[in-house]
Design a protein around this ligand. Structure first.
Ligand SMILES: C[S@@+](CC[C@H](N)C(=O)[O-])C[C@H]1O[C@@H](n2cnc3c(N)ncnc32)[C@H](O)[C@@H]1O
Length: 354
């Protein structure tokens, strides 16, 4: 389901506790004019930008289930750098960046990093979210920079936040192939450490020490697996129809797989070209995408319809058109979503795409 609306108004249409997971990337601070009134990112100060985002994520909190999680991808900005923010990896020749607050320093020294990702993470933590992890998205194909007084930036942050102390997180679904980690043997030896954890250590034939214990799990090809690490190396992958940086699908697939079960709902209040929806559909999840720009909603709608058609073709057998039918108004109502603005205050009215 795609809702054309401001993020706050779109979220207001969603029922409490109706989504399992949110995966999103808000517009970066001071970087881009998306050409729509009410857009986020062009606030006069970083504080105003952060407090708007905190208000939006407060609505996400309401919509998420109590054991739900939130993944936010966010980049940083420099004060008075001559361009408002971190360059996004958009490589379309027709696209020109807009630097609205070109020389603004926001009370900092020119060239200071503003620290937007951490300002947001700490503000969300103060607002009640559990700040669980900062993940580094390492971009091996980052854009070159002409700087001579610092290194070229090749990473962005992804924050993992939760509503509750305990939450749904399927770490097994995202295990990675284990590289050599310095330990020669594949079996753990028994020790008093494990005895303290309730596994009885003695030297008898049935003891943990005598039997050993497989250190790693294996996948179906016999390769060793380990818990996913917090540095994710993923190539950026511009989507040719969008005038902004889109998620590489492989960046957010682990977020969807760890953060939800099949048929759960994933929500993205800054939907753009709908990459979150694409991955959700590919992984058998439902999605709700909200975007303030109607052109992007149309773009996402077309893209998602193509993905659904392809999946139907591969799965062998549902007729064309069933995708549209399967996301009709009845289903929206089932999900607790108002349909096409019925009974909503004016500011919430916008189009709801099937
Ligand atoms: C960085 S893009 C998201 C790209 C997306 N992750 C993808 O893979 O396509 C940010 C999006 O936020 C949208 N946006 C800006 N202000 C908004 C607002 N107030 N409410 C909802 N969407 C907004 C923009 O139109 C843009 O599509």
């Amino acid at each position: 389901m795609i809702i054309h609306a401001d993020a706050l108004a779109g979220l207001a249409r969603c029922a409490d506790n109706s989504a399992q997971c949110c995966v999103t990337s808000p517009p970066y601070f001071g970087l881009r004019d998306y050409g729509v009134q009410g857009q986020i990112g062009l606030e006069a100060t970083p504080e105003a930008y952060i407090s708007r985002l905190v208000a939006i994520f407060r609505e996400v909190w309401r919509v998420l289930k109590n054991d739900g999680i939130l993944w936010i991808n966010i980049g940083d900005s420099y004060a008075g750098s001559g361009k408002g923010g971190q360059s996004e990896d958009k490589r379309s020749s027709s696209w020109q960046p807009v630097y609205p607050n070109k020389n603004a320093t926001y009370g900092l020294k020119p060239k200071d990093m503003i620290g937007i990702p951490w300002l947001l993470a700490l503000a969300l933590r103060a607002d009640g979210w559990y700040l669980r992890q900062d993940i580094i998205w390492h971009k091996p194909n980052c854009l070159p920079e002409s700087v001579k007084d610092r290194c070229t930036r090749a990473h962005e942050y992804i924050f993992l936040l939760s509503k509750s102390e305990k939450y749904y997180f399927n770490h097994r679904a995202i295990m990675e192939i284990a590289d050599y980690d310095g330990r020669h043997d594949t079996r753990m030896k028994g020790s008093h450490k494990y005895s303290a954890e309730g596994i009885h250590y003695n030297n008898g034939p049935q003891s943990f020490a005598a039997r050993g214990h497989e250190r790693w799990q294996r996948d179906e090809f016999g390769r060793f697996l380990r818990n996913k690490r917090d540095v994710w190396t993923i190539m950026t992958q511009p989507y040719h129809n969008a005038h902004f940086a889109t998620f590489p699908p492989e960046l957010i697939r682990p977020c969807v797989l760890a953060g939800s079960r099949p048929r759960d709902t994933i929500i993205d209040p800054f939907f753009g070209a709908g990459t979150t929806g694409v991955v959700a559909v590919e992984e058998g999840r439902e999605y709700i995408g909200i975007d303030i720009n109607s052109d992007y909603c149309e773009l996402a709608k077309k893209r998602l319809s193509n993905v659904a058609q392809q999946l139907l073709l591969f799965s062998g057998g549902v007729e064309n058109g069933d995708y549209e039918k399967s996301t009709d108004n009845e289903q929206c109502e089932e999900k607790g979503l108002a349909v096409s603005g019925q009974g909503l205050p004016d500011e919430c009215k916008g189009r709801v795409y099937g």
